[in-house]
Design a protein around this ligand. Structure first.
Ligand code: ADP
Ligand code: MG
Length: 691
């Protein structure tokens, strides 16, 4: 580990590598593009491409790819070698500026949500010079945006970049009013990634995990997470070895993996990197998920990134820590020691509160998927209702401002541990609230609703744009205010009063909150189709058009893609479950009950009493019948699904999922009665509690 500084970023064409390898003029021109967003000069592209290729070849790379993030949620790549034949039969390793800047993958098989017909195959990838190129599997990967021949976006990166520009533009207007010299404000993001590790051999024996990412049936293990002995528990050696290897692989790619720990559920863990600019953090997280799976495989594990791989224990999320950082090194969400008097902090805090209240629906939509629906609202993850936790002190500040009273709160005293040998601990200005979907945690907000498998681009583009809009309205008002200072105070008070309903510091898991939230008029979209129906609400269309982030047709396309993805995911789950029942579980149950019955008959012939065994055979037979009947019901429900995603999705939520639950109830009951030897699938004990 002494070589960490050398290892770190060794596979990244980073700023310092560029400075070393690029001609000075090219370096300066590229820096201008990266920092100020100016268009890139084609001559510079040639110079960068040549330097990139030489560097990559020196690291053993033979191929390059434009690495992009289509709407599938995963990353895509098409590899081309650097090889160029030369007269006489030899080859040269070449890479031109043109190849660096633009690619033309066939776009026809990526989801476009109706933006284009399948025969309109042309799509373009365009280099994002703000995210560094890197080497993965002997391939130089160039982060790119992806759009159609007609210029409509087909990926997750482009609108994120647009939203970052919008946010920066509006935040700088406010900062200018406050006399700040800042020229750029970036959303900083640190995503905490939860995941499960299970034995690869068990994974391979579970078609449901292979095909859908989650167990569609499985009786609970006798022990779950009730002893709370896994959270932060000591990490078992095999997992520790995986984590060490993972850290090393991520560090090579310049990803600052920082924290690794055991999570609440058995076999559940978390990896958190140090935060970075939103688009870089997004790229890094996409890459990290891929690396986690590969490294797990090397260690005999399968890494599960699904939001709810196991019923009855916690699912996995991806906490999106978000703050606003200026090019002058300031965090705009830093409250300082006297937040009540910190106008800059209060303006930005108010903007976030207003944004989250006005665009609750978009935040909910940004985390909507078949997988995450199992998590949101379950007793382990924030509910489907969006609300903000600000903690005791800030709530006091807000209440005082709204009521016009001076803020009476004193600074937090140090925490006296009561033991003489221990130092007193400075207290944070807020406690933690695990049940809040959107929690202020010191100098950043932590959005806890995203699912573990998500691309965080979507969440961040929604958040960035919503906050940009709040700041735009503030700036419009304040720029024309006769007395800006008075204007700011009035605006903060008025907006906090208007949006106070979104603040909630209590237990977000409780039924009382659901009722209270309804009284406050907060949205509660329990399922993905319910949430997605609001994507193209007029206010949302206006928002994205105002800031040039998404056009109406791009929004419609995204809505269709998400609905389609949802309906397809549920359908695949239903078909997988039916396959499991008919070809795996039911035959095992039928065989075992027959074995029991034959045993009972043989015993009876010898005069041996076997009443309990007979009862068990009868019970298994009865439940097997119920299982097959429930499966028939599920099959009919699936067959009756309409073709189009918009029509199918709500029926998947309302009919298919309940039908699947009915099947599962029978299967899980049978698992508790049938011999382990006969049961065809590894059970929850095998999956979650391994040596
Ligand atoms: P916890 O949420 O458990 O307290 P940390 O404080 O370590 O954990 O932060 C979790 C994540 O938040 C990390 O990825 C960290 O880099 C990120 N983070 C910390 N400060 C900021 C910030 N100002 N803006 C965005 N992300 C941040
Ligand atoms: Mg956290």
């Amino acid at each position: 580990m002494s070589k960490v500084p050398e290892l770190f970023g060794s596979m990244v064409f980073s700023g310092s590598v560029m400075r070393d390898r690029l001609p000075q003029a090219a370096w300066h021109s590229l820096q201008k593009t990266i920092q100020e967003g100016t268009p890139l000069d084609p001559a510079v592209a040639d110079a960068v491409a040549a330097a990139m290729k030489d560097w990559a070849v020196s690291k053993g790379a033979t191929h390059f790819t434009h690495w992009f993030q289509p709407m599938t949620g995963i990353t895509a790549e098409k590899h081309d070698s650097f090889l160029h034949p030369v007269a006489g039969g030899g080859v040269l390793m070449e890479f031109s500026g043109k190849e660096l800047v633009k690619g033309e993958p066939d776009a026809s098989s990526f989801p476009s949500g109706g933006l284009r017909a399948t025969f309109e195959a042309r799509g373009y990838t365009a280099w994002d010079p703000t995210s560094y190129a890197f080497i993965k599997d002997e391939t130089l990967c160039i982060p790119t945006a992806f759009c159609s021949y007609t210029g409509e976006v087909l990926d997750k990166k482009t609108p994120l970049l647009r939203s970052m520009d919008a946010l920066s533009r509006q935040a700088c207007r406010i900062l200018a009013l406050l006399g700040s010299p800042a020229k750029r404000v970036n959303a900083a993001v640190g995503p905490e990634q939860e995941y499960f590790l299970i034995n690869k051999a068990d994974y391979a024996r579970r078609p449901d995990l292979l095909l859908t990412g989650r167990t569609l049936l499985g009786a609970p293990a006798p022990k779950g997470q009730e002893l709370e002995d896994h959270y932060f528990g000591s990490i078992r050696p095999r997992v520790k070895a995986f984590m060490a290897d993972l850290d090393e692989e991520l560090w090579k790619l310049g990803i600052c993996a920082k924290t690794e720990h055991n999570e609440v559920a058995p076999a559940q863990h978390e990896m958190a990197p140090i935060f970075a600019t939103a688009n870089i953090a997004t790229d890094a997280n996409q890459l990290a998920m891929e690396v986690m799976k590969k490294v797990a495989d090397r260690h005999g594990f399968a890494c599960l990134l699904h939001e709810k791989p196991f019923a009855g224990v916690n699912g996995s999320g991806k906490h999106n820590n978000w703050s606003l950082c200026t090019d002058t090194g300031e965090n705009l969400l830093e409250p300082g020691t006297t937040p009540a008097e910190n106008t800059q902090f209060l303006l930005f805090l108010t903007a976030v509160i207003k944004a989250v209240d006005d665009y609750q629906d978009l935040l909910r939509i940004s985390v909507a998927s078949a997988g995450n629906d199992h998590r949101l609202g379950a007793n382990e993850a924030p509910p489907a209702i969006v609300s903000i936790f600000v903690g005791g002190e800030l709530q006091g500040v807000v209440d005082a401002l709204v009521s016009g009273r001076p803020f009476a709160g004193a600074a937090q005293p140090d925490l006296d541990t009561g033991a003489v040998v221990l130092p007193n601990i400075p207290k944070d200005n807020s406690d933690r609230n695990r049940t809040s979907p959107f929690a202020f945690t010191g100098n950043k907000f932590e959005f806890r609703m995203p699912g573990s498998s998500f691309n965080i681009a979507c969440t961040n583009l929604m958040l960035n744009t919503a906050v940009a809009e709040a700041l735009r309205l503030f700036a419009d008002e304040l720029e024309s205010a006769p007395n800006p200072e008075r204007g700011m105070a009035d605006l903060i008070r008025r907006e906090l009063a208007a949006h106070r309903r979104i603040l909630f510091n209590g237990n977000g898991y409780s039924a009382e909150w659901e009722a209270e939230a309804a009284r406050r008029g907060l949205a509660n979209y329990r399922t993905t189709p319910e949430a997605l129906a609001h994507y193209t609400d007029e206010k949302n269309v206006r928002l994205f058009a105002q800031h040039g982030v998404l056009t109406l047709s791009e929004m419609r396309s995204r809505q269709q893609i998400c609905l389609g993805e949802y309906a397809k995911a549920v359908r695949i789950e239903a078909l997988t479950l039916l396959d499991l029942v008919h070809r795996w579980v039911a035959p095992a149950c039928i065989g075992y009950s027959r074995e029991l019955a034959e045993g009972v008959a043989a015993k009876k012939a010898l005069g041996i009493e076997a009443e309990e065994e007979q009862g068990l055979a009868a019970l298994i037979t009865a439940h097997t019948g119920a299982l097959l009947a429930a499966a028939r019901g599920l099959a009919q429900t699936v067959q009756a699904l309409p073709g189009g995603p918009a029509a199918a999705a709500p029926r998947c939520a309302g009919e298919v999922l309940p039908a699947m639950a009915a099947v599962r109830a029978q299967a899980d009951c049978l698992e508790g009665m049938v011999s382990k030897e006969r049961w065809p699938l590894p059970g929850y004990t095998d999956l979650l509690f391994y040596a």
